[in-house]
Design a protein around this ligand. Structure first.
Ligand code: FAD
Length: 395
């Protein structure tokens, strides 16, 4: 059996940031991560300015820049007919305008290594299988090597923070009422990603959003002269393309003349990665004495490009609650209520706004009308406030 003061489940942006910040304050922190890093992930790989500000406070920004992160300061929105509108990213008082494009393999690796440098013990290739409960309180987890090569082990801690993503094991175990995140219905969304060669070498400094029949895609520069193309599509669109992301891409997305032109007709330089089904909603930031951060607490529509930043910011927001809970020998009911209220204030409104705006642009007709409005004389002025509405700002 292993003991820690703080046990963090998941080493993505939320978990790594949480572990780094706690370890920096002298907390004996253990982080268990299912995968071995670096690992790839389905993501638009766009880090909004709010997230860049957290990276700087964590001491990770320099390392991310040295890996070749690409500066991004404008955005382009294109509908299925290739009509487009471009504008600078909104300049928010809390974080400025500069965003970054960086692959998840590089970003997540830098964050997890930072947690180790701050003093956290990092256990990769380790899966948290089920919670350990005493009464109705989570006191740890049962974990095992992800390749099942060894026995299960109990890990006990004064506090458990679950940062294990949108299909959080702990959230499912404690709150079965949230439903099965793995069940697919005709209205389910799936996510895909591939890298393409960037012949402009990030010259455009733009994040671009392309609407197509059945979904939408984000395109942006990342390190290594590559463009990241991440899309979400309805399961029916995927099935109509024989469940092949490459066929979906060719049959639906390349019909968009602007996107076809941007990608220059060449094939991807990485295999397609697929995830799903996806759900974008607010869930529970605390249960049974455990705290949830990042996608485990609520998943924002990727339309916003704010998921990574929210994950990092949630870890920062959680620090005083974590320290207080550790000092009082576990998360009390009052502390849990205060944390839930703080999380909801910071992240619930933007998650709901992004879902409404995302659903507008996920459907060709409303997207067509919105684009007609944005292309009126002076209409492009509406784009920065529209983007700002999907941004969290400093919690
Ligand atoms: C198509 C798509 C495009 C996106 N594009 C963007 C974008 O451009 N910009 C942006 O900011 N956001 C984007 N997002 C959202 C973003 O990917 C997430 O919001 C972000 O990854 C959340 O970080 P997290 O740390 O909470 O969770 P994750 O990044 O999912 O990390 C969770 C970690 O927990 C580990 N884990 C899971 N279960 C266990 C377990 N049982 N035991 C141990 N470890 C476990 C996983 O291996 C993983 O490393 C996109 C999402 C999708 C679907």
């Amino acid at each position: 059996m292993t003991r820690a003061d703080l046990l963090v489940l998941g080493g993505g942006p939320a978990g790594a940031a949480m572990a780094a910040l706690a370890a920096r304050r002298g907390v004996r922190t253990l982080i268990v991560e299912r995968d071995r890093f670096p690992r790839d992930k389905v993501c638009g790989e766009f880090v909004s300015p709010e997230g860049c500000a957290v990276l700087a406070r964590l001491g990770v920004l320099e390392s991310v820049l040295s890996k070749g992160a690409m500066p991004i300061d404008s955005c382009l929105l294109a509908d299925g007919r290739g009509r487009s509108v471009e504008a600078p990213l909104p300049d928010l008082a809390s974080a400025g305008r500069r965003a970054l494009g960086i692959s998840r393999s590089a970003l997540d690796e830098a964050l997890l290594r930072r947690a180790a440098v701050e003093g956290a013990e990092v256990r990769e290739s380790t899966t948290a299988v089920r919670p350990l409960l005493e009464g109705d309180r989570v006191v740890g987890v049962v974990a095992r090597p992800s390749d099942a090569s060894g026995p299960e082990e109990e890990i006990r801690a004064g506090l458990v923070v679950a940062a294990d993503g949108r299909r959080s094991m702990l959230q499912r175990a404690l709150l079965p009422g949230i439903g099965d995140p793995t069940s697919t219905s005709p209205s389910s969304w799936f996510g895909f990603k591939a890298h393409f060669p960037d012949r402009t070498r990030g010259f455009s400094r733009r994040i671009e959003l392309f609407v197509f029949d059945g979904g939408y895609a984000g395109l942006g520069p990342v390190e290594g002269d590559r463009l990241d193309l991440a899309l979400i599509a309805r399961v029916e669109a995927l099935r109509a393309s024989g469940s092949s992301p490459q066929r979906l891409f060719e049959e639906r997305m390349l019909r968009n003349p602007l996107l076809a032109q941007r990608l220059g007709g060449g094939p991807p330089c990485s295999p397609w990665k697929t995830i799903g089904p996806l759900r974008f909603n607010v869930r529970h930031p605390a249960a049974s004495g455990a705290i949830f951060v990042g996608d485990a607490a609520g998943t924002i529509d990727p339309f916003s490009g704010e998921g990574i930043s929210n994950a990092l910011s949630a870890a920062e927001l959680a620090v005083p609650f974590v320290m207080e809970a550790l000092a009082s020998g576990g998360l009390t009911g009052a502390q849990a209520s205060a944390w839930k209220a703080a999380w909801r204030r910071a992240f619930a409104p933007v998650t709901r706004r992004a879902r409404v705006l995302g659903s507008l642009f996920r459907h060709p007709k409303p997207a067509f009308l919105a684009m007609s409005l944005l292309r009126l004389p002076h209409g492009a002025r509406l784009l920065p406030p529209l983007v700002a509405a999907t941004r969290t700002g400093a919690p």
